[in-house]
Design a protein around this ligand. Structure first.
Ligand SMILES: C[S@@+](CC[C@H](N)C(=O)[O-])C[C@H]1O[C@@H](n2cnc3c(N)ncnc32)[C@H](O)[C@@H]1O
Length: 247
């Protein structure tokens, strides 16, 4: 992509963690020039956070806020996104351009992945594009200035929804980045404390989302009820150790 949205093309655009300053120039150009914008909104959220981040570039544009389910029901999820896919194909085949914005990066735990999958075989590959965005774990890490990875280190990114899997992961990486950390927070804190890692664990709630942002350097200082109420928009970074050059 060099000069904004092209007629008949689809763009999955990552808008970063929430601050308009963290969109790439390419993302802003595509958003500004696309004929139609899809902005996903979780059925549990009062507004689309992706749309808030992209707000400076959407003035006067046709925007469809698409409400999607927050359930683990794959059929329901695919049904929801296939309606959007139908619309995208129709609009692109009429020679107009479409962008779907998404928080963070479109290929990391994102609704864009469903849409891109459903567009396969329906729009030519050369007419679908992914515009990368800054992921929440990168924005969260920036608050502490500590390396996520050095030398032979391994980074593991996963949701904190299955704590047995989280515990296993602690043995397979030097840095663990956890998404969806709010709802399970009390049990997660208990696990990291038991493993002697609470003081090496950082948490950021609503990073780059204005005055909602809360940065916590030491997980043992986080009030679990605060974390649970902050809910979904929590990222935890656990510094498990270092794996140095062996020679
Ligand atoms: C569905 S995933 C979306 C990830 C996104 N595509 C990315 O690349 O960052 C949602 C999870 O990302 C994390 N997340 C996204 N934006 C965040 C933010 N601004 N602050 C903290 N965590 C965030 C949270 O852990 C949240 O549960």
């Amino acid at each position: 992509v060099t000069t904004g949205a092209q007629p008949g093309h689809f763009y999955a655009v990552g808008v970063g963690p929430g601050a308009p300053e963290l969109l790439t120039v390419q993302a802003t150009e595509v958003i500004r020039t696309a004929d139609l914008l899809f902005a996903p909104r979780a059925e549990t959220a009062p507004r689309s956070l992706a749309l808030e981040a992209a707000r400076p570039w959407v003035d006067g544009k046709e925007v469809i806020e698409h409400v999607y389910p927050m359930s683990r029901d794959l059929d329901r999820t695919l049904r929801c996104w296939s309606e959007v896919a139908d619309r995208v194909v129709e609009v692109c085949n009429a020679g107009r351009s479409v962008a779907q914005i998404t928080l963070g990066d479109p290929l990391i735990y994102s609704t864009s992945a469903y849409l891109l999958g459903l567009l396969e075989g329906r729009l030519p590959r050369e007419r679908t594009h992914v515009i990368p965005g800054i992921s929440a774990f990168q924005a969260a890490a920036s608050r502490f200035g500590e390396p996520l990875l050095l030398q032979e280190d391994r980074l593991l990114l996963m949701p904190a929804t299955d704590l047995r899997a989280v515990e296993e992961a602690l043995d397979s990486c030097e840095t663990l980045a956890l998404y969806k950390a709010g709802p399970n927070f009390p049990a997660l804190k208990e696990l990291l404390t038991r493993r002697g890692l609470a003081t090496e664990s950082r948490a950021v709630f609503y990073v780059d989302q204005g005055d909602r942002e809360t940065v916590v350097r030491d997980l043992s200082a986080v009030d679990p009820s605060f974390a649970q109420s902050a809910g979904y928009m929590a990222t935890v970074i656990v510094h498990v150790g270092r794996r140095k050059w062996t020679r």
